[in-house]
Design a protein around this ligand. Structure first.
Ligand code: F6R
Length: 220
């Protein structure tokens, strides 16, 4: 397993956009997508490419529970940064918690590509340190560190929701292909620990080492 070091954030975004372009060209495809600051350059690039999104179904990794700041919901983020600029069918956009049957153990299972960012503590989606490698999609409490990290997007730290629904590590690992992206020197150590260190539930992203079709992209 190697971390591919990209020359710039732009390069990283372009490389991952190439993979998504390939997936979108399949007759029918399924994608798992993240929010956060890491994929914004990628989403911008995808919008610029004016691709055909009519054959794809997307599943977002996570969504806040009881969020009172509507323009900070992950749905809002995705609509603004990506979906509303594409021809994706609204009925093909899913967020955890949306489905009629909940918890839905089939949510986002076995997709063609799962894209991930990594949290400062090694979380992927909202699977915080200590999450079981067998975890399913579920409601979770966010750690203080994650609440603090996310407070940059909210008026005050008290506005940051304390719970979310997240895809579990098990459905994430069921994806046919996984790409994890990290942007910035502050992510270097945790990405290296996750990719080269012990496989441990203390660093949820470390489970990705056991996936047979996984790539990690980094830029500083
Ligand atoms: C967001 C998500 C999170 C982020 C991670 C990194 O949907 O699943 O795990 O990917 O917190 O966030 P950024 O990209 O803001 O550094």
């Amino acid at each position: 397993m190697e971390i591919s070091k990209c020359k710039s954030y732009r390069d990283l975004s372009n490389l991952v956009a190439d993979v998504i372009e390939y997936i979108l060209a399949l007759p029918e495809s399924k994608l798992v997508l993240p929010t956060g600051s890491t994929p914004t350059g990628l989403y911008k690039e995808l919008v610029n490419r004016e691709l055909d999104w009519s054959n794809v179904t997307t599943y977002n990794l996570d969504e806040y529970v009881d969020n009172t700041i509507q323009n900070q919901s992950y749905r809002y983020f995705m609509m603004e940064n990506l979906f509303k600029h594409t021809n994706i069918d609204d009925d093909n956009i899913y967020f955890p918690g949306d489905t009629a049957v909940w918890p839905d153990m089939n949510y986002g299972v076995g997709v063609d590509l799962c894209l991930l960012g990594i949290g400062g503590n090694g979380h992927i989606a909202f699977n915080e340190p200590g999450s079981s490698f067998e975890s399913e999609t579920r409601m979770v409490d966010l750690t203080e560190e994650t609440i603090k990290d996310n407070s940059r997007f909210f008026p005050t730290i008290d506005d940051v929701p304390t719970q979310a629904i997240t895809m579990g590590l098990k459905p994430i690992m069921s994806s046919k292909r996984i790409i994890i992206m990290a942007n910035g020197k502050h992510k270097k150590d945790i990405l290296e620990q996750a990719m080269y260190g012990d496989i441990t539930e203390d660093i949820p992203a470390s489970i990705l080492q056991t996936h047979t079709n996984m790539e990690a992209f980094y830029c500083d």
